[in-house]
Design a protein around this ligand. Structure first.
Ligand SMILES: [Fe+2]
Length: 342
């Protein structure tokens, strides 16, 4: 009986979930070049403000000794996100923006809550490098992928995590253009939680820059809008369209899904995104001396004519929209051998 009781206690301890524990830590470039946003969630509401502690350089543990590196603490905000499914599961999404980072400097950090004394492990990142720090000896490196699931993509995550873990091969940033977890909302969002934990060895170390795909459509793309923090977050874009510069590159994310879900995206939304995109690309074109490369990413091909694939058949507005763009394109959906207007 004692043996059984011990087993029961051990099992219960192993499966206990600390609802205050930070889950799915990920970072992204901020609105300004010297910013980095840090996002995570907890299943319980924490007293006080979410906090990031960060340190110059790489450290392995948080020491109280006098020669420990100087810690900086930044507080952020929390938003309760209610999943749209029948369980109405609540997650508390915490966001902190680190500012005045030195270009190209390495920082270690952990996230958590001083009131509950619940902290993540330590991670580290390299602040956005400026143009003068990008050279043939240390070129700009960007990874891009799309369509990555919790159950389907363990091997890919493992490969990318190994590349990120090695300082010699770590990219400046990663772009994920849609379809996360299959899906973020599955099992009342628990599948999305697991996926964010899967990619933490990547996304907590390298800015994880995103655009949304068709698999984010549930509940008006709310899991995508609520779980990520892209530049300009808090505006009307729900992380769906934004841009940033990275060395000689101007990177633009746009909402390719807007053409396929009229129940969510109306004419006013289309006009707003279109005007924003035109203004952004004109400015980028005027600034080619500074950013000679312009890269646009979205989940679907910009221009698609295969009538046998209803999912890819262009919306009536799409050819006109696409036809006015004259930039390269990265896209998640299959190209099926088509020529893409560009
Ligand atoms: Fe897709």
């Amino acid at each position: 009986m004692l043996g059984l009781a011990l087993v029961a206690v051990a099992v219960s301890a192993a499966t206990a979930v600390n609802e205050h524990a930070p889950t799915g830590v990920h970072i992204a470039f901020g609105t300004r070049d010297d910013e980095m946003s840090v996002t995570w969630h907890t299943l319980a509401s924490n007293p006080g403000d979410p906090t990031v502690e960060f340190y110059p350089g790489i450290i392995d543990d948080v020491s109280e000794s006098s020669d420990a590196p100087q810690v900086s603490r930044v507080e952020g905000s929390t938003r309760a996100f209610i999943d749209g499914g029948p369980e109405r599961t609540v997650r508390f999404v915490h966001r902190v923006t680190l500012q005045n980072l030195e270009p190209g400097a390495i920082y270690s950090y952990r996230v958590g809550n001083p009131a509950t004394k619940t902290w993540s492990r330590l991670f580290n990142f390299c602040a956005k490098r400026n143009k003068s720090q990008i050279s043939p000896a240390k070129p700009l490196k960007l990874l891009a992928l799309c369509d990555q699931g919790h159950r389907e993509s363990a091997g890919v995550v493992q490969l990318v995590a190994a590349e990120v873990a090695d300082p010699a091969t770590r990219p400046d940033a990663l772009i994920h253009c849609g379809d996360f977890a299959y899906d973020l909302d599955t099992y009342s969002g628990r599948n999305g939680d697991r996926w964010l934990s899967d990619v933490e060895p990547v996304a907590a170390y390298v800015p994880y820059m995103t655009s949304q795909g068709n698999h984010e459509r549930a509940y008006n793309f709310s899991h995508y809008a609520e779980r990520f923090t892209m530049p300009g977050h808090g505006a009307r874009t729900g992380n769906a369209y934004y841009s940033f510069d990275l060395g000689p590159l101007h990177v633009v994310a746009f909402n390719a899904e807007a053409f396929f879900w009229p129940e969510y995206f109306d004419e006013a939304y289309m006009s707003r995104m279109y005007e924003w995109l035109v203004t952004d690309l004109r400015a980028a074109n005027d600034d080619r001396a500074n950013t000679p490369w312009v890269m646009v990413h979205g989940h679907r091909p910009m221009y698609c004519v295969d009538p046998k694939v209803p999912d890819l058949t262009p919306h009536a507005n799409k050819p006109e929209f696409a036809g006015r763009l004259r930039v390269g394109e990265a896209s998640g959906e299959e190209r099926r051998g088509e020529r893409v207007r560009g």
